[in-house]
Write a protein that binds this ligand. Structure first.
Ligand code: TYM
Length: 334
């Protein structure tokens, strides 16, 4: 039976890329009626420095973002990674399965560690093994993510395959990455060659899920474009990264294909297309922001939801960890 798992780091500034690449698709999976688990990965967040009070706030705000994006705590298991100890326990086992060389090839490690990799935390290096543990602790079969997580999911498969081979078992599933739709890589609104990211110093480069209607409209109005009108067909977008990005965003927000958007908006100048996009974005994003602030008024309720999610998550992960320990030869309780 299919089981969907995914995670998001509570490191501030949830943005349109996170919404279209992840949250909106998490809600779609939930609404298809499969079992869904979604995790605030606070242990991944601390692989780089987090101010403790900011981390706690960001975790609750992320939970509010999940719920405001349509995730229902009764139908999806919403929880906090650090509240389910099985993640770190299984991660240690995977640290001993994965090879140094596999980790060294990770482009996200190279990007985040920068020039001075000797000064990066050991956790940042081992990050993908914890991510594999997140997924495999539930025997998850499908993982919806944005394009930038593809390499990590390949490593998750490599870890499952090596574990199964090393111990001669068919225990961990070979997980399918689900990277689908028009917006698996939303680009910066200021630079069509950079992905939209929470760490971009320019707030104009991204639409935050906490932005109000005015901010959203302004950022779209000011988004960088070239001077030509939109082409008449999708093919004409190939060498026009900024135009392509705005069309992709439109398609994903409207639940349309890129071809359908081009049938509607092809040939229009940006002076017409941007207001269409701004209206649509305000329509879809501003209510999320309003709902997030409403939910943040009652953090006790958010904490209760996360604690309940953690209990339900642990009920699945604990027997899988027990079996893992059994397979590798730990003397366990009888
Ligand atoms: P994170 O927190 O950086 O991002 C969360 C999700 O948002 C997607 N995303 C984007 N999608 C489209 N366009 C963008 N510009 C964009 N920016 C971010 C990401 O692809 C991701 O799906 N390592 C993960 C978190 C994680 C995880 C997991 C994911 C930890 N354990 C297990 C899946 C399964 C991360 O840092 O995502």
């Amino acid at each position: 039976t299919p089981r969907v798992f995914s995670g998001i780091q509570p490191s501030g500034n949830l943005h349109l890329g996170n919404y279209l690449g992840a949250l909106k698709r998490f809600a779609d999976a939930q609404n298809q009626g499969v079992q869904t688990l979604y995790c605030m990965v606070d242990l991944h967040a601390i692989t780089v420095w987090q101010e403790p009070a900011d981390l706690r706030h960001a975790t609750r705000e992320l939970a509010a973002g999940f719920i405001a994006s349509g995730l229902d705590p009764a139908r999806s298991i919403l929880f906090n990674q650090s509240q389910v100890a099985e993640h770190t326990q299984l991660a240690w086992v995977f640290n001993c399965v994965a090879r140094m060389g596999w980790m060294q090839r990770m482009t996200q490690f190279k990007d985040k560690a920068g020039k001075n990799a000797q000064n990066a935390s050991l956790g940042l290096f081992a990050y993908p093994a914890l991510m594999a543990a997140d997924i495999l602790a539930y025997h998850a079969t499908h993982v919806p993510v944005g394009e930038d997580q593809k390499q990590h999911l390949e490593l998750t498969r490599d870890i499952a395959i090596k574990f199964n081979n090393d111990f001669g078992v068919d225990f961990f599933p070979i997980t399918e990455p689900v990277i689908e739709g028009a917006a698996t890589r939303v680009m910066s609104l200021r630079d069509g060659s950079k992905k939209m990211s929470k760490s971009d110093p320019s707030d104009m480069s991204r639409i935050n899920l906490t932005d109000d209607a005015d901010a959203i409209a302004k950022k779209i109005r000011k988004a960088k474009t070239d001077p030509e009108p939109l082409p008449s067909e999708a093919k004409g977008l190939e060498d026009r990264p900024e135009a392509r990005n705005l069309v992709n965003i439109y398609a994903a927000l409207a639940d349309m294909s890129v071809d359908q958007v081009m049938a509607e908006a092809g040939g229009k100048p940006f002076s017409e297309f941007k207001p269409m996009l701004a209206d649509l974005a305000v329509d879809k994003i501003a209510p999320i922001s309003t709902e997030m602030s409403r939910l943040m008024q009652d953090v006790t309720e958010i904490d209760r939801i996360l604690a309940n999610g953690a209990d339900r998550a642990r009920a699945i992960a604990a027997p899988i960890l027990r079996q893992t320990y059994e397979i590798i030869g730990m003397v366990g309780p009888r």
